[in-house]
Write a protein that binds this ligand. Structure first.
Ligand code: MG
Length: 368
């Protein structure tokens, strides 16, 4: 089987809640998502999606996905999409770095491999665990009272894991954590995600001020070293995210005992092939994970669901249904939240059927 053509579509994904805000005054109102379509000479077509969280979250931006596909795509024509390790080596040889550019192609090729073998991607990634997986709900940064007021509604939707966007003024963040923690019920989990927003001394202050609160602290500071220093002065379970973008730093973080949970995002690692390697290593090392992506719609959510549901449940801390945050649906067959949980499709591949009228005219065409 050979790749004959690679196309990409640009889709705007507005939010039901209008704006998503996090540390340092960063926000997004309409997400700019790229849906990648890989065609083959066998007639099988696979889809992937890459949607950065704006241009200022990770080293990734929406136009960069499309520009990178123009650079990388021609090298992949004629290659077998089912030979994923080989294909990833080829992508790394043709374009150094830029993992997020490769992610959509890699996901689309897993979709093709699934269709070619008649198996869902989660089975190919190791096996399906359980009926569904638990979701977290991100609480966009607002005043402490506004954030606390959101908890009841999200719990009514079935969520029991709440990721609070902090990383602002430390005194306000202390109030945010206390206000939301006061709304928790038995079985709920609270994560305070600073998204690199605190300077080291501020992070230590916040952790000490919420010492008696049952809360996870996620990525308090910009650098790995700052986070490690905070971790060593903090009693809370600790999550690393933005700094963990490859196996070298993941192994270092394990050796340093720098985290209890790690947040792995598909496009941060460069696709399902590479994140599977990191995921399996975390299982072997006893590190639980939040498995997700930076953002996305139906197709990204489908890929996340297959990754999450092929992970042993005790190591899956939580995952995300981004498609429930956005008002535009790009595919049928994507996971739909039920009681705060979602399930990967049982159909071959990702199990999605793209809505071609929503995708519109391709903005990238390589080959054919
Ligand atoms: Mg995070």
């Amino acid at each position: 089987m050979k790749i004959t053509r690679i196309l990409a579509y640009r889709v705007e994904l507005p939010l039901y809640e209008t704006t998503y805000k996090w540390s340092g005054g960063k926000s997004v109102t309409i997400f700019d998502s790229t849906i990648v379509r890989v065609e083959t000479d066998a007639g099988l077509i696979g889809y992937g999606e890459v949607c950065p969280l704006g241009p200022f979250y990770l080293p990734a931006y929406a136009n960069g996905v499309r520009a990178g596909l123009h650079e990388l795509g021609p090298h992949l024509l004629g290659q077998d999409p089912r030979q994923l390790a080989k294909l990833n080596r080829m992508m790394d040889a043709a374009l150094k770095g830029h993992p997020y550019v490769k992610s959509g192609i890699d996901i689309a090729c897993w979709d093709i491999l699934g269709q070619a073998t008649g198996m869902p991607v989660c089975v190919l990634l190791g096996g399906r665990y359980g009926d569904d997986v638990p979701l977290y709900r991100a609480i966009s940064q607002e005043s402490p009272d506004q954030m606390a007021a959101k908890v009841a509604g999200y719990r009514a939707e079935g969520y029991h894991r709440f990721q609070l966007k902090v990383g602002g003024d430390p005194d306000v963040d202390i109030a945010r954590i206390h206000a939301v923690a006061a709304k928790l019920q038995s079985g709920d989990r609270l994560i305070a995600d600073a998204n690199t927003g605190w300077v080291q001394h501020e992070a230590v202050r916040v952790a000490k001020a919420v010492r008696d609160v049952d809360v996870y602290i996620e990525q308090p500071c910009l650098t790995y070293e700052e986070c490690l220093a905070v971790r060593r002065q903090c009693q809370h379970p600790f999550v690393l995210d933005e700094n963990i973008d490859g196996l070298d730093v993941l192994l270092r973080a394990k050796a340093d005992l720098a985290m209890d949970v790690v947040n792995l995002k598909i496009s941060k690692f460069g696709g399902l092939t590479k994140i599977r390697q990191a995921r399996d290593l975390c299982v072997s090392m006893g590190i639980a994970m939040t498995l997700e992506d930076s953002w996305g719609g139906d197709i990204a959510t489908a890929a996340i669901a297959h990754l999450a549901q092929s992970t042993p449940p005790e190591f899956l801390f939580t995952t995300t249904d981004f498609n429930s945050y956005v008002t535009v649906s790009t595919a049928d067959g994507a996971p739909q939240r039920v009681n705060g949980r979602m399930a990967a499709s049982t159909a071959p591949g990702l199990g999605i059927r793209p809505k071609l009228d929503v995708l519109g005219t391709p903005v990238v065409i390589i080959g054919g």
